[in-house]
Design a protein around this ligand. Sequence first.
Ligand SMILES: Cc1cc2nc3c(=O)[nH]c(=O)nc-3n(C[C@H](O)[C@H](O)[C@H](O)COP(=O)(O)OP(=O)(O)OC[C@H]3O[C@@H](n4cnc5c(N)ncnc54)[C@H](O)[C@@H]3O)c2cc1C
Ligand code: SF4
Length: 444
Amino acid sequence: MTNSPQTEGIVPSRLDRASLDTHFDDLYPDLDPHEARVASDRCYFCYDAPCVTACPTSIDIPLFIRQIQTGMPEAAARTILAQNILGSMCARVCPTETLCEGACVRQTAEGNPVEIGRLQRFATDGLLLTNEHPFARAPATGKRIAVVGAGPAGLACAHRLAMNGHDVTVLDTHAKPGGLNEYGIAAYKAANGIAQAEVDWLMGIGGIEIATGTELGRDTSLDDLKTQYDAVFLGMGLTGVNALKLPGADLEGVRDAVDFISELRQSNDLSTLPIGRHVVVIGGGMTAVDAAVQSKLLGAEHVTIVYRRDREAMAASDYELDHAATEGVTIVTNAMPAAIHGDGKVSEIEFAYTQSGTTGLDKTGETFRLRADHVFKAIGQTLQGAPTVLTLEGGKIAIDATGRTSLAGVWAGGDCATGGEDLTVTAVQQGRDAADDIHAALSQ
Ligand SMILES: Cc1cc2nc3c(=O)[nH]c(=O)nc-3n(C[C@H](O)[C@H](O)[C@H](O)COP(=O)(O)OP(=O)(O)OC[C@H]3O[C@@H](n4cnc5c(N)ncnc54)[C@H](O)[C@@H]3O)c2cc1C
Ligand code: SF4
């Protein structure tokens, strides 16, 4: 360790290797078989279970919990994966407190839900470890489908299509498949290479080829794909970022939170990753929380999230915000950035206090400054590189309930398309459902 949390500027190695390893280890370790049985015993196996309705992929939760309870974890995994092929990552990243566990009757009655997420992880991780693939391909149809984007939406779509006997080619700009599972999700939620392990396991179905380093718009066009394939699915996520239109926004030390997180996720040695002493994150969503928490875990002394509205309006859940606070992140609400100050590199950031007014957000007239050597912008991602021929709605590719875009033969899903909630699990659901519709269309 060459530096400490108090070293000025943006420097690597603020903490020793052992502390970094501990900080970025799995947030919640796997349940052991006994713990899983005990957790599954708490389920009432409700008829018309509200947890199932709350799950975007409609996993039969009481059934898989019953299968764990009766000593059949492989069957439980199959129940989960039949609905959600990325069940292992979803068990780690889903905001269960607002989805299945938030709806659990034991949450309503006692404020203590069945641990559905951890039980799902117990079942799916067990199957992943055996490296067995529980599904078989239908006889070959001779149809070929191009999937753009190897994120959760693209992978879920590709798997379901391959299962139905189609041949699938997945194109992705990145060097590795996985989308934000590989490049975005917080490191402590996806520890020990689980994102790549899950992709490798998913590929066990056969019939899927992944062409990494291949970009729609640069290496191929939608017209080419439409000519060469029987159908096209776009799962290209939101890869652009909103600009911070402020004086000083181009000073050294100001960067996009998603780029920082991506660099962190791809680092083989976190002790080499530079981080500021005073970190300020602008935004109120999951990206802001993840950038802030991981800055703190890297050894930044002071980390502050600043959001322009009140806490209720923050997109990050109470659970995520409480986690950030527990890690020592300060959360300031009702303040919007006014200017970034510094001589060549950022040294301070100035905020204006806000309050909700009748016409939106008003400045109160009061300002304050925070010391900052590292500023992360987490003010939202935008659609980039979508074929201009497609109809957009609210900045996303417009789709109907089955995932069809305005162009015949082209489907879309996940973050790049309308209708989802910008969550891993909704991307999986949209990719899977579009695949079912593509299959139906190609089977006519
Ligand atoms: C920092 C961060 C943290 C998050 N944390 C959580 C969380 O904890 N829980 C949760 O549920 N959700 C979380 N999310 C949201 C979640 O990651 C996304 O909703 C999900 O990944 C969307 O999946 P997708 O397949 O639509 O897009 P992506 O995962 O973004 O994948 C899109 C893929 O398309 C590729 N692509 C884009 N354009 C092209 C092109 N022109 N040609 C070829 N390939 C292209 C990209 O390289 C990428 O691999 C987080 C998001 C971020 C940014
Ligand atoms: S709502 Fe809770 S108790 Fe009922 S089936 Fe779902 S997990 Fe079990």
